[in-house]
Ligand binder design. Structure first.
Ligand code: RI2
Length: 325
């Protein structure tokens, strides 16, 4: 590993890669924070040099995990604004550093505020007495469930354990710490329990231009079981989970993680005919999704991309600000 940036920067990079820092929203905030650390460490009075090195830091961060679009979107938010300042003639490195820090703070604030709004809007869709199923560990989905509970609704949750990394245990702990009754189930018990469930709420790592949701592996099976049982399936996601690249025909890359997360290396070592695959995410088609709960409102998946495009505007030239133009 090179040492162009401070140790703390690389700790965040490695933390995102090996999932000590995980959850799409948290990854984005951590990456933006790491960009500030890198920016502050650049010792030069030459703005061109500064911009080149900040872009390099963003490139290192964007390569850590390929699927959660919140990560590039957070970096895009900050970097595009800094590049715009640079192009419009800001010629002091210190000024650009200050601006970058401010834009990063803005993004983190937007991100935290979004979760509060989602919690508020989503809780409105949960009724007293509801049994809710969730998959993996999404701060957006959990905020909806806890907010409904705090509003006085008597609810109960089924949480899948979420193989192979068992993020469901985190979810069960977080919800039970909030006072909610939780049943932890193996992923393959989803259909078995679906007839006891009133609503499913999950998070998202990315939402495509057709309204399809990319989330933790197994989500599409939960959606299928919910669809069959006529159980409403809701996704809680900040608008920066929308993948602008998909508007321009690009596909969301599904991360495939090491097989050692599934079986021990030793177990596989004497079985040459066995291959273990470990995709971290899958795609749930919009037909199986009833609602997407965002900070700008509760949306039907079909209209989601249009609203996002109209509201925020997406320009092809701004998609990869870390690349040299
Ligand atoms: P929030 C997670 O990915 C899960 O797939 C979760 O549903 C999604 O991010 C959204 O999480 P991973 O980092 O942003 O565990 O809602 O692979 O917290």
């Amino acid at each position: 590993m090179d040492n162009e940036f401070p140790v703390k920067f690389y700790e965040i990079v490695e933390g995102i890669k090996d999932m000590r820092i995980r959850g799409a929203g948290r990854i984005a905030r951590a990456a933006v924070n790491a960009l500030v650390i890198a920016s502050d460490s650049i010792e030069t009075g030459d703005v061109d040099e500064y911009i080149r090195r900040v872009k390099n830091a963003a490139k290192i961060l964007v390569d850590t995990r390929p699927t959660a679009v919140s990560l590039p979107n957070g970096l895009r938010y900050v970097l595009n604004k800094v590049l715009s300042d640079y192009r419009s003639g800001v010629s002091s490195v210190d000024q650009l550093k200050d601006n970058l820090k401010k834009y990063a703070d803005d993004f983190i604030k937007i991100s935290n505020e979004a979760i509060k709004r989602i919690a508020e809007y989503g809780a409105g869709r949960i009724e007293d007495g509801d049994v809710i199923m969730t998959h993996c560990n999404s701060s957006a989905a959990i905020s909806v469930i806890i907010s409904a509970y705090k509003a006085g609704k008597d609810i109960e949750v089924y949480a899948t354990e979420t193989r192979p990394r068992f993020q469901g245990r985190l979810t069960a702990k977080m919800l039970s710490d909030a006072g909610i009754d939780v049943t932890l189930i193996v992923d393959s018990a989803v259909r078995y329990f679906m007839n006891k469930v009133d609503k499913v709420v999950v998070g998202a790592d990315a939402i495509a231009a057709n309204g399809a949701v990319v989330n933790k592996i197994g989500t599409s099976m939960v959606a299928l079981a919910a669809h069959e049982a006529r159980v409403p399936f809701m996704v809680a996601a900040e608008t920066y989970k929308f993948s602008p690249d998909t508007l321009f025909g690009k596909l969301i890359v599904i991360e495939e993680r090491p097989y050692t997360e599934v079986v021990p290396e030793k177990w596989l070592s004497d079985k040459p005919k066995i291959r273990v695959r470990n995709p971290a995410f899958d795609v749930t088609p919009p037909e199986y999704i009833d609602l997407i709960i965002t900070e700008i409102g509760v949306l039907n998946p079909a209209v989601f991309p249009f609203i996002i495009r109209d509201r925020f505007g997406v320009f092809y030239s701004e998609l990869e600000p870390w690349e040299d133009s």
